[in-house]
Design a protein around this ligand. Structure first.
Ligand SMILES: [Zn+2]
Length: 264
């Protein structure tokens, strides 16, 4: 990831819709939140400086952070909550690195120890407990991931399908006419029960959830409602079911063939 593509700072409006406008109008950032925000910003500048350093020194091992200032940074930042250096233990693995605010300095905000963190190239991990919108997003993402995992498995079976048929042909006889082979296989498939898939349906969205999603923005600054709607669009339930059904015969045939050639 190039520095310019780093995700923008996350905007949060916690609990506004629940507590009403009175609270919202009065809500300001607490000192702990300001410290956390500053710490995340520090990590981002450090990560950016490390990336620039690495680009200027290709093939070299990752530098100790102290080498970054002056040059890549005006001075070494420190976490305002810790008031000391919590960043210098960078973990390198080849050209990848992880840096974090080492310790438990943001516990007041329920931030996990050794967070915030920045992994290159994966990006930022806030360590904050998930917000209501993030929890809803996670449920939708999980269903999409499960659908994709099944689709990947079916794709792998599609690739294997002709090899299994060929292997079965060899166990029978190479001289078996193609029509006779197909007849044999089709009869076998009839005795094989259909593949059962988990019922994966996109979670329904209640009006309350919709409101929660609208009220929060993703790290990219997009309303979470848009993010979730986009996820739901990627593999609609009807497409998923149709994909599984259209491959049902192939899956049954593969299973039967595996049994016949002793691959079960
Ligand atoms: Zn910190």
């Amino acid at each position: 990831m190039k520095p310019a593509e780093m995700p923008a700072m996350k905007v949060r409006i916690p609990g506004c819709f629940l507590l009403g406008t009175l609270f919202c109008a009065a809500q300001t950032e607490s000192p702990q939140q300001a410290q956390f925000r500053a710490c995340r910003a520090n990590l981002k500048s450090l990560a950016q400086a490390l990336e620039f350093y690495a680009a200027d020194n290709p093939g070299q091992p990752g530098p100790p952070l102290a080498k970054l200032a002056p040059g890549y940074l005006k001075k070494m930042p420190t976490c305002p909550a810790a008031n000391s250096d919590t960043y210098s233990q960078v973990e390198w693995s080849g050209e990848k690195f992880t840096l974090c605010c080492r310790g438990n300095h943001h516990a007041a905000l329920n931030v996990a120890p050794d967070h915030p963190a920045y992994a290159f190239p994966a990006g930022e991990v806030s360590g904050l407990p998930p917000t209501p919108a993030e929890k809803i997003l996670a449920r939708h993402q999980q269903v999409l991931d499960q659908k994709r995992a099944i689709a990947d498995r079916i794709a792998a079976e599609q690739n294997e399908s002709s090899q299994l048929l060929e292997a079965y042909r060899k166990t029978k006889s190479k001289n078996l006419p193609p029509e006779a082979l197909i007849e044999l296989v089709n009869q076998g498939v009839l005795t094989t029960p259909p593949e059962k898939f988990p019922a994966l349906t996109t979670p329904a969205m209640t009006p309350e959830e919709r409101q929660i999603l609208e009220s929060e923005k993703s790290p990219e600054g997009i309303s979470y409602l848009k993010v979730v709607e986009e996820i739901d669009r990627r593999f609609p339930d009807s497409e998923f079911v149709a994909y599984c059904q259209s491959n049902q015969f192939m899956l049954r045939r593969n299973r039967w063939l595996r049994g016949k050639i002793g691959k079960l």
